[in-house]
Design a protein. Sequence first.
Length: 134
Amino acid sequence: LLLSEAEQGVLDDIISGPFGASLEARDGRFYAAGRDKVMSFRVYKNHNPVLSGFFDVSGRIESMRVNGSHAYVNTKGGRTYILDITDPSNIFQDGTHDVAYWVRGLEVLDHRVFLLDGNRIRIATIQWNRGWPW
C-alpha cells in the first residue's frame, strides 16, 4: 500500500523522532507513540491506515505498551501515563504513576507492570483503587 505524502509525513514525524517510536498492533488497529503523542490508526484490508484518535502527553515518550483497554506510556521525566483506549477515537487519561528515575523499559502482563528503572527491574501490581503497589 502507498501512503499519501501527508500520511507519510505523519508517520515520519512519529517514527523518526529522537524519543519514543513505539508501535503496538491490536484488533485491526495500531497505536504509535512519537515524541509527545499517542495516535490510534484503523487498518482496513487493502487500504491505507486511517488516523482515528490521539492523545498528547507532557514530556518525551520513551516507551509504550498496550494491554487490554489501556495504553501505558512512559515519559523521560519519570511518569507513566495510563490511557484508556476503549474508544480509540476518544483516548483519554485514566491515571498516572510517577517513578523516581528515568524509566526506559515497560512491559505489561496481566495485571502486572515491569519497569526498567535505572539499573533495576521494578514489578508492580495494577490495582485501580490504590495505584501501583511495589
